[in-house]
Design a protein around this ligand. Sequence first.
Ligand SMILES: NC(=O)c1ccc[n+]([C@@H]2O[C@H](COP(=O)([O-])OP(=O)(O)OC[C@H]3O[C@@H](n4cnc5c(N)ncnc54)[C@H](OP(=O)(O)O)[C@@H]3O)[C@@H](O)[C@H]2O)c1
Length: 240
Amino acid sequence: MAGSLIWISGASSGLGQALAAAIPWEGSRLISISRRAPDGMEHLEADLSDPSSWPRVGASFREEIKETDADRVIFVHAAGTVEPMGFAGEVDDGAYLANVVLNSAAPQVLGHLFLKAAQSIEASRHLIMITSGAAHSTYAGWSSYGAGKAAIDQWVRNVGAEQALRGGVQVMAVAPGTVDTGMQAHLRDTDEADFPKRQKFLDLHQAGKLSDPHEVAAKIWGLLDQDLDNGSVIDLRDLE
Ligand SMILES: NC(=O)c1ccc[n+]([C@@H]2O[C@H](COP(=O)([O-])OP(=O)(O)OC[C@H]3O[C@@H](n4cnc5c(N)ncnc54)[C@H](OP(=O)(O)O)[C@@H]3O)[C@@H](O)[C@H]2O)c1
């Protein structure tokens, strides 16, 4: 067996793109999943806020894993959105629904599909969910974003406990800290009425305190070499 087979959702920009660029193993095959196709990557086009796209992702997991001789199989779920920024009860209904589906439901269902596809192979298998400190800090304007990240954290704890009993896939959630990506630029551009803590992010940016996505990506890949409890929920800032 040789090489790695890796899916990254959200590899078309920001942290997902940096993770794709920083894959530490020679001979890796990467399949990106997002709406936009990143240059030079094998790509599965999917709007993950639409559940009808999920079976195609599941089929990709199933079919590629069945064929692979890779000794490492990984799914990193980095796709996420803060759109629409604003208060529940005020924002657009359709945009709110899309946020809830993408941030809360898609990680659980896609994670389930990956586990099912990967359950009976000998390769080492890893499922990494990108979460956020917003899972447990209060931010007006981020109701469904924070709720989605909290859902990821608890899903990972429970599924990690399951995989420790049987299954053997290493599952973790990783909060990357504040990273210099398009998402951060978008926060800075948002009206303070819709996101009252906006100034905190303007200050972090001005003080040069946003993390470099490539450094963050290298730290995330480095977690796979550590002996972590299955179901760990990690904030990279706690490791500094
Ligand atoms: N930046 C930070 O400070 C920070 C902090 C904590 C956590 N995070 C988390 O890190 C992850 C990456 O965020 P980022 O900062 O890199 O943001 P970003 O630059 O906005 O990237 C978001 C990625 O998610 C994908 N995505 C968004 N909506 C999608 C949809 N409906 N279907 C499929 N893919 C979709 C986008 O691809 P397409 O637009 O091509 O579909 C893009 O590749 C997110 O889960 C975010 O919550 C970021």
